[in-house]
Every structure is written in structure tokens, then in C-alpha cells.
Design a protein around this ligand. Sequence first.
Ligand code: DMJ
Length: 614
Amino acid sequence: MSKLPYSTKDVHYDNDKFRHRSHFKVLSQSLTNSSTRISCSLGKFLMLLLISGVACLFLMNKSSPALETNSVQNANFTEFTEVAYQRPPRLWRRPPRLPPRLTPDEMHKKGSRLDDSKWVSRQQKVKEAFNHAWSGYKSFAMGFDELMPLSKRGTDGLGGLGATIIDALDTAMIMGENDIVKEASSWIEKNLVSRINERGQVNLFETTIRVLGGLLSAYHLSIGGNNSTNPEMLLEISKVLGDRLLLAFSSSSTPIPFSDVYLRDKVARTAPDGLSSTSEVSTLQLEFNYLSEISGDPKYYSQGMKVLEHMRSLPKVEGLVPIYISPQSGQFSGENIRLGSRGDSYYEYLIKIWIQQKNRRDTDLKYLYEMYTEAMRGVRHRLVRKSIPKGLVFVGELPYGSQGDFSPKMDHLVCFLPGTLALGATKGMTKKKAIESNLLSNDDIENLKLAEDLAKTCFEMYEVTSTGLAPEIAYFQIKGENENGPHGGNTSSEYLNDIVIKHLDRHNLLRPETVESLMYLHRITEDPKYREWGWQIFEAFEKYTKVESGGYTSLDDVTSVPPPKRDKMETFFLGETLKYLYLLFGENDVLPLDKYVFNTEAHPLPIIGLVDEI
Ligand code: DMJ
């Protein structure tokens, strides 16, 4: 294992440190602060001399008037970085405190228990997989959104902002893959602003969670750490992008933003049917809130949070909401209720935003916790059932609303829920500690139980197929319906008859949700089985999705061996799937859950308002 770029305990981020201050102000503040403390002792006199010397050195290092340049709108970023980010010499910045992390060899020697070294080498395998994924992308698709690993070319499925690079950057930082960090950072620095100025249509949600989220978490992780990434550059680009994305809000006559932004033309539009997805408009706030925190500009926070304040008063079914909402009327549209696509991260962000804002949990954001609690009661009451014959607990759908029939359909996307339920129950601490401290309410206990049951179901969705990889969508047997429905193909799975996999649902997009939940469940329950399950899933990815020439590919059918392939490596494979596997096999105090909140694309952001802020 190579070095982590920082220690989560040791990084102190101080916004002022990274906002522009004039050289004169920096110097005079340093002198003033020092001189107020100076008495007549010789030691302190020498200290003053030293500071004056340093100040002279500093002034001799020619400053550029362009340091005052703050606007990057319409600028070519290469030019911009040359002038605007000529930073003062390093000596004015707090030196990074980076406790050395152990290499695999050192870890093997140190680990007295066999089990330690097993997980160290498994974690190493995930890192190798990340390198393989990156090398394919770099060789054939650098600068494109995604790699098509079989045809060995790139494709721009997300608007052309180089999404894989940005999604992968913080994973590379966490893994200590410094060459990749350098390559990704330098691409971003040279290209991203001009891409934002030149490219066309992007989806507000995808761009926020993958690109803005990736930039912000890389910003945080690079503070005080890795010299190959300039946090100020990441912050400035985040503001440029954030300002464009705000157009989706300002163009709407209600608090519900439009779904698309035309970056180059600086306009926002609705989707062709005029509707926005419920999960999309409510899955922007962790990112926008953090951008306000580090930029000092509250506009991102206030626009994003208006969506949730507005949704608070809309009618719901026991806290559950339809998957569409109209930016024209501000009302939900249709009756389709599900925790899969277009519904999922609405529920995820209710609790995560509440967690992110530590100081507001008991005051103005208490309503988010209440909405989450009510919604999870609604899930347990309206959507949770058991399959037959073996009793797997699953979450189904209400496609025709509260009065319509229940559908036993569960998207793989729903597998984010076990992780979120566990996080919401213990607020990031271990189950043991939460129980000992008597912190779990009845709702928490029920949610934690449901989390463990659902994590098993999500794992069985992998186990039940011939490849050991889950389909995009599964149906569960209830009341003996679909008894002879198509199954996953693994005849040794005891759940073969409980899970039906329809022909059109057999693809696998390298999605992260199950391994994401395994990471949360492992950290919170400390049960080693979750790691073993994660390893099994990783091995199946290695066996069936790895492409020799570089990269990993989505599959068309997980029920047949060898599985037909799809020729696409989604950005979230590097941003989420491999990151969660790496964290699952690693130490629990890396990005601890009581100090960080992961956005829905697995980009860790610090919890705001902690006493010992990171
Ligand atoms: C990711 O972009 C995010 O996790 C999102 O919330 C759901 N879909 C993909 C991964 O499957």
C-alpha cells in the first residue's frame, strides 16, 4: 500500500488560507501578529529578525499584478493559471503533515495476524485494477468522458468535460497513485475551463455529482498535501462550473431547477417532456453547500436548499415521493414511487445533507431528518417484502401510487439503500458503540436490521447469476407468481427460484451500489462477511469485465458465460466501484464516516461544523 496523500486527522482546512489575500496584507498580518507577542527577550528579538528576513525574501520574489485577477469566465485556463495562481512562496503555507503510511511489505511484516496481510494484498489488487482501468482510458480515450475499451476509443456521453478524469482523481489521491493524480490534475488545469466554455448540453445532476463533486473532493484532499494538485485551481474551476450550473435554478420560475444546462450558451432548458427527476433536483446540495463553504459565497447553498425547503411542503405517501417533478408548477408529476432510478438519491441526500451540516442538525435542518425518518418508515411499511420460497428481503415499487398494485421489481440502484440506512442509524459510528452509548432509537434499530437484510439480498443478486455479477434489474417471487421465470443461471445458489431476471434486464454497467453498501455495513457492524462478499464481487469483475488492452467493460448478459460485452467503461467504475472496494478492504479510519460524507458519486466531502474540523 502506498502513501495516502494526507491523514484525515491531520489536515486542517482553513478557507482563509486559500482565498486570495494581497502580499502586503499577508506580510503586514504576519508582522502584526508576531509583534503583538514580542516582549524584550532576546529570543523573541531574534524571531522578529527572522520574520523580517523572510519578509525581505518574499518581497524579492517578484509579485505579479495579475494576482488580483479573479475572474476566469471566458478565459483560457492555461493563460489564467499562469497569471492568477502565481502563489506566494511555499514558506507562507502551512507545511503538509503527512504521516507515512506503510508499504505492503512493511504491512506484511507488521501485521501479526494472517488476516491483516490478506486484506492488504486484496486492497493492492484493487489498486492494480484502478491502474489498469486508468491505463486503458489514458491510452485510448484521454479527454473523452468515457472509454470504449473494446473499440479502443473514447466517447462523450456526459457533455464532453472529460468526466472520467475528474471522477477518478480523488480515487487516485486516496490510493496514493501520484502519477495518475499528476496526469489528471494537469489535464484539468489545462483543459477544463475551455471545455466548459466551448461544450454544449450537460445534465445538471450528472455534472454536479461527477464533475463538481469530483473537483470539490479533490480540492479538499489536496489541501496541505500533494503538491501535484493545486487546490486553488480546483476551487476556481468549481466556481466557474457552479455558476453555470446555477443557471438551471435561475431559469426556473419555481425552486425546482431545469434538468439541462447549455454551458457554452449559458442557458438552461427543461428535458423534452418538461419534467425534472425527483432524485436529480434533490441530489445537488451536498456539492453546492460545500462550494458555498469554501468559496464564502452563500448563493450555491441557498439555491440548492430551496429545492428541499420547497419539497418539504409537498404531499407525499408516508414520506415517499413520485419520481418526477415539474419545474413549471413545482409539483410532483405522476404517481410512480420507487427507490430505483430517478427516486434513489432523494432519500440518500435527505440524511446526508443533515449529516453534512453538523451545526444545523437541531435547528433549521431538523426537517430533513424528519423527512428521512418518515420516508424510511414509508419504505418499511409500503415497499419492503420477502421473496418466496427462501425469504429474501427486498424493496419493491408502487408504479401506480399508493392505491395501485405493488411491483416486486428492484433495480440494482436500490442497493445504495443498505449503506444509507446503516449510516442514518448510527450517524457513522460503529453499531457496537452506538448500542453501548444507548444512541439508537427504535427507528434506528429497525433501519439497521433492514440494512443488513437488504445488503444480503444485494449480494445474492450477484451470487445467483452464472458470472457472479448482478443484473441491472431483478424481480422477486411473491405469491408464487413468475415461478418459472428466467433465472440467473447459478444452479448452486439457494435463491435461484427467488430471483427472476428478465431478458432485457440482464446487463451490468459496473455499478457501485452493492459494494458501496458493503463498505458502510463493514465499517458500522464490523462483520467480516461484508469484506468477503466484496472480494467475491471484485473477483467476478476481474474475471469477466477486464479488457486485456486496458480498461473494464460493461456486460450485456450476466447470466451467460462467457458474457456478451457492451464496450463501455462508465466513469463511476473508477470514481465509485473501485474506491468503495479499496476502502472496504482498508482501514476504517481512512475517511471516517463520522467526519466525511460521501456524495452520491462517492466523492468524500468533510462534515461541516465539527469541533476538530478536518
Ligand atoms: C452514479 O452516477 C451515482 O451513484 C448515482 O447516484 C446513481 N447512478 C450511478 C452509479 O450507478
